[in-house]
Design a protein. Structure first.
Length: 398
């Protein structure tokens, strides 16, 4: 299984392992004896990890490696507080203007945790980004290589996507990380990119990941990917293997639901036929979308949305009357889908309104803001596909 994640955990682990060749944990511990040597260790580690990555990647045209002061936000002692700590930043500049970055920072005083050097090494590795274009708001593949939703796959600014000269073509992946941790701006941006590629006829599974590297900065399992895979009782190897294979198939086939609270289910029906997420349905008898949303009493769900071909075509705003007496939500709704005669895709979303950011007053989120501060409740399905042209498959057939 391949993934379109910006920085895979495997790459992080390999960078970390190789970094230890340059700066051992034992050496790092010795650095932490006083404030002066602490700063030296930050600078040495930051420079080492960047130099290592440059050497690994064999970057051409490196014209400068600069070191500078920076700042990084760290969690505060309460749910709604954060604090800023100083960081050492190393920037590598190439002749074409691309840059690499690594930040080194300590969220806690070194004296408070004997394992701080190890935590710091992980943080430095995780802060090493892919090259990004000068002036870009984010360091990611599309900003670096170019992305034009209107141009289509392999055309114009997207020509690089169709490159087949490499053993691993750039778009040869099964899944794309749509939601990462609590980043609402990141989610809404990548959601648009994902929708564009689905519109090109590319079957790419959307997933969400907690990206949990440290208990002080991320919540484990939020967001969560949900698949219909049941592990049999016991601890036998065959049962474990079957469970793992079920999960792999679910990702490859687009049978994943993602949530930070609300759990959304989508089924399309056409006459006597029905299709779940990842399935293809013949629309000849007319198509109806059936959406089911569940949430516990402490998870707010402001609205339910139906998305067809990248556009929100139906929205239901929820009220207290939609919840049961104990506050839980178990809601079903149905909408007709206008078919076009071409291949289409449909998915469902529920939770926070897309055009609302994190509220200035988190108390409007109620208990949810206390349980998972900084997050917003959101759930979405992967698409159900409509075979509008009747050729027995969907999109490009990939």
């Amino acid at each position: 299984m391949k993934s379109g994640s910006y920085l895979s955990s495997a790459r992080t682990s390999s960078v970390l392992a190789l970094l230890l060749v340059y700066v051992s944990v034992e050496q790092s511990c010795s650095f932490l004896r006083n404030a002066g040597t602490l700063q030296q260790s930050r600078e040495a580690l930051a420079r080492a990890v960047v130099q290592l990555k440059v050497n690994q990647s064999k970057l051409a045209g490196v014209i400068d490696i600069d070191q500078m002061s920076a700042e990084h936000d760290c969690p505060g002692v309460s749910f709604f507080e954060s604090r800023t700590v100083s960081a050492t930043r190393v920037m590598v500049t190439q002749s074409d203007g691309r840059r690499w970055r690594a930040d080194a920072f300590w969220c806690r005083p070194a004296q408070s945790d004997p394992n701080e050097p190890e935590i710091s090494l992980q943080r430095i590795s995780r802060e090493l980004h892919l090259p990004f274009a000068a002036g870009a708001d984010a360091a990611d593949l599309f900003n670096e290589m170019g992305f034009d939703a209107a141009a289509g796959f392999g055309n114009g600014a997207n020509a690089w996507m169709a490159d087949t000269e490499d053993d691993a073509p750039p778009m040869d992946f099964d899944a794309m990380e749509i939601m990462n941790r609590s980043s609402w701006p990141g989610y809404t941006q990548v959601r648009r990119d994902w929708f564009a590629m689905l519109g090109w006829g590319r079957r790419i599974t959307g997933v969400g990941n907690s990206d949990s590297h440290a208990m002080t900065t991320e919540y484990v399992g939020l967001p969560t990917n949900v698949a219909q895979c049941t592990r049999a009782a016991g601890d036998d190897a065959a049962g474990r293997d079957a469970f793992i294979l079920c999960w792999i198939r679910a990702v490859r086939e687009g049978r994943i639901r993602v949530t930070t609270g609300p759990l959304v289910t989508l089924t399309l029906t056409a006459g006597k036929s029905s299709a779940e997420i990842g399935d293809i349905i013949d629309p000849a008898a007319g198509v109806t979308a059936h959406v089911h949303v569940q949430a516990p009493d402490w998870v707010p769900v402001e609205e339910v949305r139906l998305v067809v071909d990248g556009e929100v075509v139906e929205t239901r705003t929820l009220t207290k009357a939609d919840r049961s007496a104990d506050g839980t939500l178990d809601l079903s709704d149905a909408w007709p889908v206008a078919v076009t005669g071409a291949d289409q895709w449909v998915l469902a979303e529920a939770g926070w309104p897309l055009d609302h950011g994190y509220p200035d007053d988190p108390t409007v989120l109620g208990t949810y803001a206390l349980v998972v501060p900084g997050y917003l409740p959101m759930g979405f399905t992967n698409p159900v596909f409509i075979d509008g042209d009747g050729d027995g498959m969907w999109g490009t057939g990939d």
